[in-house]
Design a protein around this ligand. Structure first.
Ligand SMILES: Cc1ncc(C[n+]2csc(CCOP(=O)(O)OP(=O)(O)O)c2C)c(N)n1
Ligand SMILES: [Mg+2]
Length: 268
């Protein structure tokens, strides 16, 4: 998608896609079949720039045909460079960082007030934690005892222009969320079993919102993109595209993903 459109966010899509796969294909009760059910779960892609991984997962989950991915980034098309409400499966438009958690707080509060079993999952970036609105929402979530809210940070250590710790240090995130009254866990953000174990056991502490610090690698799976901030929104040349596909193909062929899908996958 990114190579064809000559635009996109390679690094953050690759760092978050294992989290999305774990949610959509295992832990969340949220798909095209139950979209109209008020008791279903909700997902908010607060780090909206990482849209390519998100669109790919939504398509595979059946929200729209995978063939539509070919139109990514085309003028007048459905799949813009940030999520919009034109796209089936997208609950809020995003891209302006710092808004998703506040919307998630509202949705989780509404579910509680309506007596619904819905859980609300919000995926944020670690650079996004620089936004002050995140911390207002974090305070409100604890104040209202939203244990049906799960906030996940894709902790890849990088944001658009370099290391998060240098650009605007928001850490230590686990300690900060804990001090705001959240139940906190950490996991390898590329380990589906660890991620689904965390998601499936929430709420971790009755009356406390859940915060998962997911340790990830920006550009995960492509050796020359991993941990390199320039791949935040660089587009690959033809040669880089071929090398990236070869590396990702090698990983797919390793059997690990297939073994997971045949075993624990699909248990929602
Ligand atoms: C309010 C706002 N300010 C600035 C930007 C520009 N911007 C887009 S992505 C990004 C960096 C985000 O870093 P992070 O949250 O760590 O995302 P990831 O590393 O997962 O890609 C910035 C500053 C934005 N989208 N929204
Ligand atoms: Mg980051």
């Amino acid at each position: 998608m990114i190579h064809a459109a000559r635009m996109g966010h390679m690094g953050g899509s690759l760092s978050s896609v294992d989290i999305l796969v774990s949610l959509y294909f295992h832990s969340m009760r949220c798909g095209p079949a139950n979209w109209g059910d008020p008791a279903r779960d909700h997902f908010i892609m607060s780090k909206g720039h990482s849209v390519e991984g998100f669109y790919a997962v939504l398509a595979r989950a059946g929200f729209f045909p995978e063939s539509a991915l070919a139109d990514y980034g085309k003028f007048g098309g459905m799949l813009y460079g940030h999520p919009t409400l034109k796209v089936p499966g997208v609950e809020i438009p995003s891209g302006s960082l710092g808004h998703g958690l506040a919307v998630g707080v509202g949705m989780a509060l509404a579910a509680k007030r309506d007596g619904l079993p819905s859980r609300v999952f919000v995926l944020m970036g670690d650079g996004e934690q620089a936004e002050g609105s995140v911390w207002e929402a974090a305070r409100a979530a604890a104040h209202y005892g939203l244990d049906n809210l799960v906030a996940i940070v894709d902790a890849n250590g990088l944001q658009i222009s370099g290391p998060v710790a240098k650009v605007m240090n928001s850490g230590p995130l686990a300690a900060k969320y804990a001090s705001f009254g959240w139940a906190v866990r950490e996991a390898d953000g590329h380990d589906h079993a660890a991620l689904t174990a965390a998601f499936d056991s929430a709420p971790w502490k009755p009356g406390a919102p859940n915060f998962l610090l997911a340790h990830t690698k920006k550009g995960r799976g492509v050796s020359f993109m991993e941990n390199d901030a320039s791949w935040h929104h660089r587009t690959p040349t033809d040669d880089e595209y071929g090398r990236a596909l070869a590396e990702l193909g090698a990983r797919q062929g390793s059997g690990a993903a297939e073994a997971w899908a045949a075993g624990e996958g699909g248990a929602r």
